[in-house]
Design a protein around this ligand. Structure first.
Ligand code: CAA
Length: 297
């Protein structure tokens, strides 16, 4: 099967990044969101990120124009998926919502269409069970920022056909990404390893072993990570980190995944990181300077 028409469900940070990358590599993209305002904002963000690529010489001005022209938007899932060869769902990380969306996609998408989810931790097998085609459902987990990060973690559900996996591996390579295939268990691989590291960093702060800057500097300069674990947690969203840790804790029943009480408190207090303006650091629009939150000074 050759892919031409890609539908992306959800116009948030991950959805707009995924739409951007598919359009950049020549695919026709339908971007779907229930809110028109989210679609407008996504197009603006894609426009800015494509411009950034032109400024860096990654894209020519002709490519920039063609990339943007390949993206269409709609607020209707049924219309958006009607001609899709592949649907990539990147809606809010909520299991009930995803099951509902997949039921709806399944009813309107062509019979041969492959259905992928960008979920970071919800079971692909559970999502597949909401459809009439579990053998054509797969995880396609992109990393943020999507245009920059090379990895696509591909997750085989319990019933995913091997041919479907092979097609998604080949497609990921067409996007100039590096695919890695894993099996469907809680947190897959990326988050089964990343989230305990982030949780341990938060525990180290909570226990007073070191401060925010010390923890992040040790991991940045000592282990060559581009961001320290606390900055990365702010970048991902502390609510997202908490919800993934809960999936790991429930799924494996092991206390090593129990979320740090400080993380729980911060999410309850709506200190969610970059998106709320404050987490371990304080963020002001337009500034790249890293300022530790007053709470941790
Ligand atoms: N679109 C296009 N290009 C972008 C971009 C975007 N959205 N964001 C950044 N870039 C480009 C910049 O133009 C720049 O390009 P050059 O290297 O050619 O100059 C490059 O990326 C680096 O960006 P910046 O100079 O602005 O900033 P930086 O050097 O501090 O890098 C970063 C920013 C790429 C985000 C880097 O800090 C990084 O890699 N951080 C770690 C990211 C990470 O771990 N992501 C995974 C999170 S986990 C996840 O996503 C999944 C999950 O399930 C939780």
């Amino acid at each position: 099967m050759s892919f031409q028409n890609i539908t992306v469900i959800g116009a948030g940070t991950m959805g707009n990044g995924i739409a951007h990358v598919f359009a950049q590599y020549g695919f026709q993209v339908q971007l779907v969101d229930v809110q028109q305002a989210a679609l407008d904002k996504a197009l603006q963000t894609i426009g800015k990120n494509v411009e950034r690529q032109v400024a860096k010489g990654v894209l020519s001005e002709a490519d920039q124009k063609a990339t943007l022209e390949r993206i269409q938007t709609t607020t209707s899932i049924a219309n958006g998926v009607a001609k899709a060869d592949l649907v990539v769902e990147a809606a809010t990380e909520n299991k009930e919502l995803k099951l509902k969306i997949f039921k709806e996609i399944d009813q309107s998408a062509p019979e041969n269409c492959i259905l992928a989810s960008n979920t970071s931790s919800i079971s692909i097998t559970a999502i597949a069970s909401a459809t009439s085609r579990p053998n054509k459902v797969i995880g396609m987990h992109f990393m943020n920022p999507v245009p920059v990060m090379k990895l696509v973690e591909i997750i085989n559900g319990y019933a995913t056909d091997q041919t479907v996996t092979e097609q998604i591996v080949a497609l990921s390579k067409q996007l100039n990404k590096v695919p890695c295939v894993v099996n469907d268990y809680p947190g897959f691989i990326a988050n089964k390893i990343l989230m305990p590291m982030i949780n341990e960093a938060i525990y180290s702060l909570y226990e007073g072993i070191a401060g925010v800057e010390e923890i992040d500097t040790i991991m940045k300069l000592g282990m060559a990570h581009p961001m320290g674990p606390l900055q990365l947690a702010d970048f991902i969203g502390l609510d997202v980190c908490l919800s993934i840790l809960q999936v790991l804790y429930d799924g494996y029943g092991n206390t090593k995944y129990a979320p740090c009480p400080l993380l729980v408190n911060m999410v309850t207090a709506k200190k969610l990181g970059v998106k709320s303006g404050e987490g371990f650091y304080k963020y002001s629009p337009g500034s790249k300077e890293l300022v530790v939150s007053e709470r941790f000074k």
